[in-house]
Design a protein around this ligand. Structure first.
Ligand code: UD1
Ligand code: UDP
Length: 380
């Protein structure tokens, strides 16, 4: 069976790495007639070396069969160009199924191009909802779920969200599988080798010295910011950077900065002016570095979807710089608190979360076997 994987943004490389590895495992152990042949299409949505190539190298993802090189345009233009190009590849390759991940413009373009050609769509991370239609991600994920015929949901809450929209197991032509989260598969597998491979922690790295110094004192905070709702709203961006500056006056904050945020900070003088002392602004880092930062930090502040869960995997409390989250079970279990983009609320949340006792042992996201569950369902 031929599976065409359509990916293009950083979190998709990480998720696809876990599934591709499971596909390789499956192929080694099954009869030749049950093997899955994976064709990878990279739309090019993310393209800087440290937003794309680094993940293919570190995570040993097979080189894309097609690189479409589409990026840096408005939502409609980007999605439209992807749609046209992906359609060309689909007509050429004629896959049996198309596999898409998450909620980016790449996800929507891949799902729509395939569905229009009557090729079954399988969606990994199906059923996540913020119920905020102002987020481009919400529109992409709702559309992808309604175009998909195979829905791989990480959590019970996601399965329930799908059911509320009339998508459930038993509906003709629809398969819903609660798989657990592929990001847990990735975190478990790659964290075994991250220490030797993380460049920030290499013996001669200047960062290693800074991190070790911080660990000898109060430790450090890990932060990421990239959501359009934060970067493109000057008041929110300024409030977040004011809070990060104040946190850094007490404990260093490591901030691998998404290129979108870097550009918006350069354009938005007010947000860029806060205290930068002990705010370690880094280029986006590779996955091994990220895993080591996660393992060693005390607290995570983020508006990323993936990082909220990774904080939980590595038993770190998380403050989410958004007004809502799709990963509701983290908030319900007190591992995560929503602080929006208000400096005062963020600073109070830091105090609360540094003191809070959290049960990180509840298996909210499965057991790290999501890739195998996905592969099994794809091959049946
Ligand atoms: C996209 C996804 C978002 C996801 C995020 C993961 C959509 C609508 N958004 O947001 O859901 O959480 O990826 O990181 O699909 N840029 C570079 N180099 C790169 C990539 C981006 O400079 O390698 C800059 C460009 O100026 C680009 C901007 O970042 O225009 C935004 O990139 P884009 O892919 O449109 O959206 P993200 O904010 O990355
Ligand atoms: N990540 C990374 N380097 C960075 C920032 C993030 O490897 O500099 C990883 C992070 O650990 C997680 C994924 O990228 O696995 C999350 O991607 P992102 O925050 O860009 O997107 P989201 O999850 O919000 O869609």
């Amino acid at each position: 069976m031929k599976i065409m994987t359509v990916i293009g943004a950083r979190p998709q490389f990480i998720k696809a790495a876990a599934v591709s590895r499971a596909i390789r495992q499956h192929n080694e152990s099954c009869a030749p007639s049950s093997r899955l042949h994976e064709v990878i299409v990279h739309t090019g949505q993310h393209y800087d070396r440290n937003m794309s190539a680094v993940f293919f190298e570190e995570m040993e993802i097979q080189k894309p069969d097609y690189s479409l090189d589409i990026h840096d345009s408005s939502h409609g233009a980007m999605t439209g160009r992807m749609l046209a190009k992906i359609e060309e590849v689909l007509l050429l390759e004629k896959p049996d199924k198309v596999l898409v991940y998450g909620d980016t413009n790449t996800t929507l373009a891949g799902a729509l191009a395939a569905a229009k050609l009557h090729i079954p769509v399988a969606h990994v991370e199906a059923g996540l909802r913020s119920f905020n239609r102002k987020m481009p991600e919400e529109i992409n994920r709702v559309m992808a779920d309604h175009l998909a015929s195979v829905l791989f949901s990480p959590t019970d809450a996601a399965v329930a969200n799908l059911a509320a929209e009339g998508i459930s197991q038993g509906k003709p032509g629809v398969t819903v599988v609660r798989t657990g989260d592929v990001m847990l598969d990735a975190a478990l597998y790659y964290s075994r080798k991250s220490r030797e491979r993380a460049s920030l922690f290499a013996p001669k790295s200047l960062w290693r010295k800074k991190i070790e110094d911080a660990l000898d004192k109060k430790g450090f905070v890990l932060a990421t910011v990239h959501r359009a709702e934060n970067t493109d709203d000057p008041a929110r961006l300024e409030a977040i950077f004011t809070a990060l500056g104040q946190i850094a006056s007490d404990m260093p904050v490591a901030l691998p900065l998404h290129p979108r945020t870097r550009k918006m900070l350069e354009a938005n003088k007010a947000a860029g002016q806060g205290s930068r002392q002990n705010l370690w602004i880094l280029e986006p880092v590779g996955y091994f570095d990220m895993l080591e930062l996660l393992k060693n930090c005390r607290l995570v502040l983020t508006d990323s979807g993936g990082l909220q869960k990774e904080a939980f995997f590595f038993k770190k409390p998380c403050i989410t710089l958004r007004d809502e989250t799709e990963w509701v079970e983290l908030v319900e279990n007190k591992a995560n608190v929503l602080a929006g983009a208000c400096a005062k609320t963020i600073l109070e949340a830091v105090k609360t979360m540094l003191e809070r006792k959290v049960d990180f042992d509840i298996p909210l996201y499965g057991s790290g076997q999501a890739g195998l569950a996905i592969t099994k369902a794809l091959s049946s």
